[in-house]
Design a protein around this ligand. Sequence first.
Ligand code: BDP
Length: 324
Amino acid sequence: MTFTKSFFATATAVAFIATSASAENWRAWNIHNDGHPNTAAMDKFAELVDAATDGEVTVDVFHGGVLGSQPDALEQVRIGAIEVGNFNLGPIGPMVKEANLVSLPFIFKDVPHMFRVLDGDAGEVVSAAMGEAGVLPLAWFDAGARSFYSQKPINTPADVEGLKIRVMNNDLYTSMISAMGGNPSPMAFSEVQQALKTGVVDGAENNFPSFKNVGHYEVTTNYSLSEHLIIPECICVNTAKFNALSPELQAAVRGAAEEAALVQRELWAVGSEQARKDVEAAGITVNEIADKGPFQSAMDSVYADYLAANPDMKALVEMAQATE
Ligand code: BDP
């Protein structure tokens, strides 16, 4: 009798422990503040994960980069100290070589082409390599195209000559600026506004929502539509944490990410247009660049040097370029 009683007590305790251990509470890193499309999309992701897993997996999103800079947060997700991140693929290049595909200037014709590449064989290769490295992409976000901004209009690569331009942390971006005769300055996103304001840098490059949301437009005058980089972003999760979920929970979390990404792309389309209008209303001159050809030609040496140093990337680059 006693045995039976204690057996049941133990069984109940074990069942309780098993239930509470199976509830996963994840932390998610987001660099953006309120008002940026990705902030709303990450909140949506958390809401959808909770609903789809019946609370078995919950996600607390930390906005505004409070969990650290992007390179630091990437490392944290890679090792599993933070579970989720809304990462730009640019800073992933130094960690996962295949992710550098998207950091080659002008590799994509436009945003729809970028999504076709990601949804095709080349995207498979990038995803697999990222997953292998510990940062598994569950869905892709739109991040538009990045263009230059500075105190003077930039219409040709020669206009970049001598300018100190802030870039994200990736050698491809420093090569890109150097190829135009500029001085690249890799720097954390959080430091860019002050650097522009105090003249530590002469310019930077980003899409309209980021240009607007953290006030870069307040400390510069010209946004020139070079659209030299079209870099996707991901909802990325630590691979081991994701793989430890049951197949059902994996499907639910992936489904939530895909749905949140669709929401993000809609918010992006509207938000990006609005951000452009807002900065123009605030006095920013937006310059259309009639001929981007000279910018593209200036990148020939970037491609040549990169592929000479990374011959194993040639097939992937060609796969992307051959994608209709
Ligand atoms: C924004 C990206 C963000 C980057 C930032 C940057 O969404 O992930 O950290 O650019 O320039 O557009 O650092």
